[in-house]
Write a protein that binds this ligand. Structure first.
Ligand SMILES: CC(C)(COP(=O)(O)OP(=O)(O)OC[C@H]1O[C@@H](n2cnc3c(N)ncnc32)[C@H](O)[C@@H]1OP(=O)(O)O)[C@@H](O)C(=O)NCCC(=O)NCCS
Length: 144
């Protein structure tokens, strides 16, 4: 059974393994300082938020998200990171996490939840096409 809930202090090691895996998926290695910072922010739960998914009690998925203002609507919720442990994929964990973030944002009267993915991420897009609209935007980045 999949259950959703906050990340607890005892989840630190399991969370880190998942977040490291997520970053590795994008070819990045986060320095320990940034891992510590993210964990601190999730525990404060003010600027950055996290949800964990457990399967039979084991933390197997994470979603990281934040809220920001919008010029045209009430605040919006940006889902920045979503990751499921490789051995727990296809069980509905990713779908459950997206549903949990949507519920969280609805309770706080956000006007929408949105996220980005790479065009080539077919696995993720199979899920996203079932739960959200692709409105055709593409993103540009200026790294600073
Ligand atoms: C994308 C990701 C989060 C999906 O997580 P998941 O827990 O496997 O997703 P779910 O089990 O909820 O899958 C839901 C749907 O996605 C599709 N899907 C997911 N994994 C699949 C796979 N390995 N093969 C085929 N379809 C798959 C299916 O259509 C499934 O729908 P169904 O339940 O109706 O069959 C996970 O694959 C992952 O962490 N990938 C690496 C990191 C990543 O890409 N993150 C997202 C970046 S934007």
């Amino acid at each position: 059974m999949i259950t959703l809930g906050p990340l607890l202090p005892a989840d630190r090691a399991a969370w880190e393994e998942l977040f490291v895996g997520y970053n590795a998926f994008y070819g990045r290695e986060l320095p320990p300082l940034l891992l510590d910072r993210a964990w601190r922010e999730f525990q404060r739960d003010v600027r950055m938020h996290a949800l964990g998914a457990r399967h039979d009690g084991r933390l197997v998925g994470i979603a990281h998200f934040l809220v920001h203002a919008s010029t045209t609507a009430p605040d919006v919720c940006y889902l920045q990171d979503l990751f499921t442990a490789p051995d727990a994929r296809g069980l509905g964990v990713g779908r459950a996490l997206i549903g949990g973030v949507v519920e969280w944002a609805r309770e706080r009267e956000c006007s929408r939840v949105y996220w980005h993915t790479q065009e080539s991420n077919d696995t993720a897009r199979r899920l996203y096409d079932q739960v959200a609209e692709n409105r055709g935007f593409i993103s540009y980045v200026v790294p600073l």
